[in-house]
Design a protein around this ligand. Structure first.
Ligand code: PMP
Length: 379
């Protein structure tokens, strides 16, 4: 049975990337590695759409989220966090762990944040040093309006930090053009590389905060990482195999063209939404993202049973809800190394599994609606 990973990370790997990851290790201080690292640095700048250096760390995405907090802030600093899901809450939790004064904007899970609320908070308290949000709040499938948020934050002393761990490469985020100060990304999502690398870009405004920040750090020292990276080096032993794998995926992305990849994600997302709606299901998210679709579970359908059926019988792996959405939604990702027929498999296995569980569906309706989008025949 073919296995299809329709999960919002880690995602499947193209064969070239798997092969690169399996090769013999090269030494991280060798000329050969320096060349690889340089290519990866350049490739990431292009994905982040920034002229700033993109720092590369060996860790999962959360590692760099914590690194951003300790490099930008000082004890008792005030931060503003958009809390519209599990990952928004993570920013608040990390901030609180380091003794920061965290103000949260609570957004109902599944809804977008109103940028005016951010403006209100920032004008109420000019001491707020940074605003933390997501590009895609993966737990609810919602994409936030970062362009509008950036326009507001730019006019203040605060810096804007966007966790684009899931969205980067799948959703439009021109960091420099929109004036996003800090962007965090990771290897295991749209970048089609294994988990284990995370990235961050910083604007001049953000580097100024780094200069003033006094929270303790050692492994996560951005200034040291920047100094070393300019010579194609890292302060400590990097995950060499992952960097070699990432070089291959960045090459593939460049060949295909980043805009085409964004369009590809948009098309797969639309097909998924249309397929799901045709089955009589509801989309959970107010502003559905192009990387993952969150779907309300119909009454009487048990999440774990549905997902197990899709996985064990048809080889399709999707995810359920997180936190308070556990058992309430399922999430089908269309992220990274996923093609049109993977989506067809996702919709087809969903309708077959639902039907087997006694939910009334007209077999083929979801598939038909998705096919219309994917074949370009939808008016
Ligand atoms: N933020 C977002 C938006 C995410 O989607 C994820 C991973 N699903 C994380 C943070 C955490 O990343 P990691 O598991 O790589 O630490």
């Amino acid at each position: 049975m073919n296995r299809r990973l329709l999960t919002p990370g880690p995602t499947s790997l193209p064969p070239q990337v798997r092969i690169a990851a399996a090769k013999e290790i090269i030494h991280h201080r060798s000329d050969e590695f320096l060349k690889v690292f340089q290519e990866v640095r350049e490739g990431l700048k292009s994905i982040f759409q920034t002229r700033n250096e993109v720092l590369i760390f060996t860790c999962s995405g959360t590692g760099v989220m914590e690194a951003v907090i300790v490099n930008l802030l000082s004890p008792k600093d005030k931060i503003l966090v958009i809390k519209g899901g599990k990952f928004g809450e993570r920013w608040a939790d990390i901030g609180a762990s380091f003794g920061l004064q965290v103000t949260g904007i609570d957004v109902e899970w599944g809804r977008v944040v109103d940028p005016n609320l951010i403006e209100k908070e920032l004008s109420r308290d000019s001491q707020i040093k940074a605003v933390f949000t997501q590009l895609v709040e993966t737990s609810t499938g919602v994409v936030y309006d970062i362009k509008s948020i950036a326009r507001i934050v730019k006019e203040t002393e605060a810096v804007l930090v966007v966790d684009a761990i899931s969205g980067l490469g799948g959703e439009y985020l021109p960091a420099d053009e929109w004036g996003v100060d800090v962007v965090v990304g990771a290897s295991q999502k749209a970048l089609m590389a294994p988990p284990g690398l995370a990235f961050v870009s910083l604007s001049d405004k953000a580097w100024k905060l780094v200069e003033e920040s006094t929270l303790p750090r050692y492994y996560w020292n951005f200034k040291e990482a920047l100094r070393m990276q300019k010579n194609n080096q890292t302060p400590f032993t990097p995950a060499v195999s992952l960097i070699c794998a990432l070089r291959e995926s960045l090459k593939l992305i460049k060949e295909k063209g980043e805009d085409n990849i964004l369009k590809h994600h948009a098309r797969l997302a639309e097909a998924t939404r249309k397929g799901v709606l045709a089955l009589g299901l509801k989309i959970f998210s107010e502003a559905p993202s192009n990387i993952v679709t969150a779907i309300e579970l119909p009454l009487g359908i048990e999440d774990k049973k549905l997902r197990a059926l899709m996985r064990d019988r048809y080889g399709v792996e999707i995810t359920g809800g997180q936190g308070k959405l556990k058992g309430k939604i399922i999430r089908i990702a269309h992220l990274g190394w996923v093609d049109a027929l993977d989506i067809m498999a996702g919709i087809s296995s969903l309708e077959m599994a639902l039907s087997q569980m006694g939910f009334k569906v007209n077999l083929g309706e979801g598939v038909k609606a998705a096919e219309k989008v994917l074949s370009g025949s939808e008016e």
